[in-house]
Ligand binder design. Structure first.
Ligand code: SF4
Ligand code: SF4
Length: 460
């Protein structure tokens, strides 16, 4: 039975063959002016990605995302698990910044700064081109590639992926802990060793096999593009008015009779595209704005003696109507919201004390009566030492004087430590009005910093 019924007439997706198998992309290299600028930015970012976990600000790592301890250190400030509000402010600010950047500059992050693009295009792809013999021009590898080239290429990939995995993990475990993992035998640290092997494997999988699929099917950012962009956002666009009707260049025709647009239908913009799309079909989710098609087309335009910019950075409105608005509601609203959020965040960080205290009621009966006829409430003090040194904390009752506690000694907390202490508060019966009595506690640390906290004791 014929399976023609099931066969697609053309490629449904740029990275799938008609029979559904993976279509491998070997983009042609277009070393134009955007490529050179991107390469400078790319290598600077690689240096930054490697350096960031090693840099220290205020004695802390520039970035440390310690998930097991639930602490995030960003540029000298540590967000503790109790900093829910600050973390929420930070996350919303990050999202708003992405919204604003996309509204103004389109997917500039994807094409110029995303580690996936930077490492793939400036590290892994050049290595592939080197070993496959297409260095400097890209494209499909030659038919007969010697076996040793593959072995050497995968060996280099493996070493690079290990280095990359170490850099990646340094953001989550810190360079000190990573250093111990690296210098000690895997038998002593089987867990970390296993994590390192898995991370290296994931790097290999991503940069050697998965590649553009990460942008096309795994990354959510491209899918949000339709709501994040508007018709005045900066995009990589093909100028249809100028390019169409496209057609092969016929040098025999006098220029005056030229019946076609500027696109000579050479297909280089497609061959150079790392996601395999044809930018002439308009703005597409798969376009990561890498600018390779701009460089490819400018090269062609120069050769055929036409002005560059048939594919260029522009906007949908500018291409279609010749006009572009900079001021739109979203580019006004996002910065206003961002300013409010970041000011609130900065104020909260600046006014944060060196320790936090939370008073909690213990489980069980709301109160008990002691043998000496005292009303007793079982409480818990949760103290967070936010400072960089060990601190001692004393807790005392400020008022009323009649209230006593069983916590006599100071409690010690290491830097960044959180601890919960039980405390039994006792008060005379006649202190309670309608079953409640207000008590004020004062918590003082070694540095003399004080915190007052009020509590409603429950009684008869
Ligand atoms: S269409 Fe152009 S800018 Fe978009 S991904 Fe392809 S080459 Fe890059
Ligand atoms: S590179 Fe330029 S001229 Fe060639 S097909 Fe693409 S748009 Fe047309």
């Amino acid at each position: 039975m014929s399976n023609a019924f099931l066969e697609a007439e053309e490629h449904v997706l740029t990275t799938l063959e008609k029979d559904g198998s993976r279509r491998w992309l070997y983009p042609r290299l277009s070393p134009g002016k955007h490529w050179f600028s991107r390469r400078i930015v790319g290598f600077s970012l690689i240096a930054l990605f490697v350096a960031l976990p090693h840099l220290r600000i205020n004695g802390k790592p520039a970035i440390l995302l310690d998930i097991t301890a639930r602490e995030f250190t960003l540029f000298g400030y540590t967000f503790l698990p109790t900093d829910t509000l600050l973390l929420a402010l930070l996350m919303v600010s990050v999202f708003l910044t992405i919204f604003l950047l996309t509204a103004l500059l389109g997917r500039v992050w994807c094409g110029w700064a995303c580690p996936q693009t930077v490492y793939l295009e400036f590290v892994y792809r050049p290595i592939e081109r080197f070993f496959m013999g297409t260095v400097g021009r890209g494209g499909v590898p030659r038919q007969q590639t010697a076996g040793w080239r593959y072995v050497a290429m995968y060996a280099v990939y493996l070493v690079l992926s290990m280095l990359l995995a170490h850099t990646f993990l340094a953001y989550f475990v810190g360079v000190e802990r990573l250093g111990r993992w690296v210098t000690q035998s895997p038998i002593e640290h089987p867990g970390p060793f296993f994590v390192m092997v898995i991370t290296t494997g994931l790097m290999m999988f991503d940069f050697v096999f998965f590649r553009e699929q990460l942008c096309l099917i795994a990354c959510p950012y491209g899918r949000f593009q339709s709501v994040l962009l508007d018709r005045d956002s900066l995009i990589v666009a093909y100028d249809r008015n100028r390019g169409e009707p496209r057609g092969k260049l016929n040098k025999q025709l006098p220029v005056i009779e030229k019946p076609r647009g500027d696109c000579v239908d050479c297909g280089l913009c497609v061959k150079t595209c790392p996601t395999g799309i044809d930018i002439r079909n308009g703005l597409q989710m798969e376009c990561i704005h890498c600018t390779q098609c701009i460089d490819a087309c400018d090269e062609v335009m120069e050769k055929v003696g036409r002005a560059p910019g048939l594919i260029r950075y522009s906007s949908q409105n500018a291409i279609e109507n010749g006009s572009q608005k900079f001021l739109r509601p979203r580019v006004v609203i996002y910065p206003i919201l961002l300013t409010i959020l970041l000011s609130t965040l900065a104020y909260n960080i600046a006014t944060k004390k060196s320790f936090d205290v939370t008073l909690l009621r213990n489980f069980g009966a709301p109160y008990t009566i002691s043998e000496t006829d005292q009303v007793q409430n079982s409480l818990r003090f949760k103290i967070v030492n936010r400072s960089d040194k060990p601190e001692e904390f004393t807790i005392r009752v400020v008022q009323p004087d009649a209230v006593t506690t069983d916590l006599e000694n100071a409690v010690t907390l290491q830097a960044g430590e959180t601890e919960t202490f039980p405390l039994l508060a006792s008060a005379p019966r006649d202190m309670f009005l309608l079953g409640q009595a207000t008590v004020e506690f004062e918590i003082t640390n070694t540095s003399g910093e004080k915190r007052a906290i009020q509590c409603q004791m429950l009684g008869p």
